[in-house]
Design a protein around this ligand. Sequence first.
Ligand SMILES: NC(=O)c1ccc[n+]([C@@H]2O[C@H](COP(=O)([O-])OP(=O)(O)OC[C@H]3O[C@@H](n4cnc5c(N)ncnc54)[C@H](OP(=O)(O)O)[C@@H]3O)[C@@H](O)[C@H]2O)c1
Length: 298
Amino acid sequence: MQNRFWRIARRPEGIDFASALELVEAPLAPLVDDEIRIRNSHLSMDAGTRLWLTDREDGYQPPLPVGAPMSGLVLGEVVESRAEGFAPGDLVRAFGQWSDWSTVDAVMSGALVLDPTVSDRRSWFGPLGMNGWTALWGVEKTGAAKLGERVLVSAAAGATGILAVQIAKLLGCEAWGIAGGAAKCAYLTDELGIAGAVDYKGTDVGAQLDAAGGFDVYFDNVGGALLDQVLTRMNHYGRVAVCGLLADYTSGRRTAPAEFDQVLMRRLRIEGFFSPDFMHEGPALTERLRSCTRRAIW
Ligand SMILES: NC(=O)c1ccc[n+]([C@@H]2O[C@H](COP(=O)([O-])OP(=O)(O)OC[C@H]3O[C@@H](n4cnc5c(N)ncnc54)[C@H](OP(=O)(O)O)[C@@H]3O)[C@@H](O)[C@H]2O)c1
């Protein structure tokens, strides 16, 4: 049987990702032991995908090789299995290929059998998936947010950010978001009901942050110049949970905070975190996140 898949034809230049990928076809190979074959119904195109496509060797994982099938999280039904615990018909999520069918080692791909009764399957990528795990971990563990503290999230209207602000709110914190433009800021305050939003594309971001007041936790998805603006507005003993560096992914620059001395002046803790490191905690995190979704928080 033929399988269509996206192949990495070349490294992307700037934000031209379309030319980096080409759609090709190849016959499916027979399964070997421990593998499953998934008929993909959804694939997840995540912000971090951009890093995997670059040739950076010092990232949190090696670059995807040119010529290889594009990979990422996929969702779909098992059609064939030579792995224990997986049967045809199971709904699964795994790190697979951007293709019609993904062929993966069940363990190495982190494949998980999912509850098919969740009405919107895409939730398994968002609140019940890696974005949910990341948001919960970053706010609660790395950020160590406590009841009544003030939590600021950058890229707050993005897939991870909308969950991080809501989780902060659920934990009894005062949640603030940074987003680009009035519409996204209004979404955060009016729809999600968080305490306030800062428009980083608006006028005088520093003055907006001053008006907001100091923060105990900064859940940072962005890095770059915005990090400097926030470092000088952190409360003493605050925590910066570094989730992502969106400002760096296509700019060719690396975040190098000019206000780094604030770490000492304000006794801050800055710590990065990476969801595959706590993948084993995933099912427990999902259960907690499901209890929130049952209350229709998102
Ligand atoms: N550490 C981990 O384990 C982990 C796991 C998942 C994701 N992440 C990271 O989390 C971050 C967010 O991912 P996501 O999936 O939520 O992204 P997303 O849904 O693609 O959202 C990205 C949003 O970020 C904002 N943005 C982009 N560039 C920006 C910049 N230079 N300055 C300020 N805002 C910018 C844009 O919104 P505006 O319109 O508001 O500008 C954009 O819509 C990424 O850095 C990703 O790599 C980390």
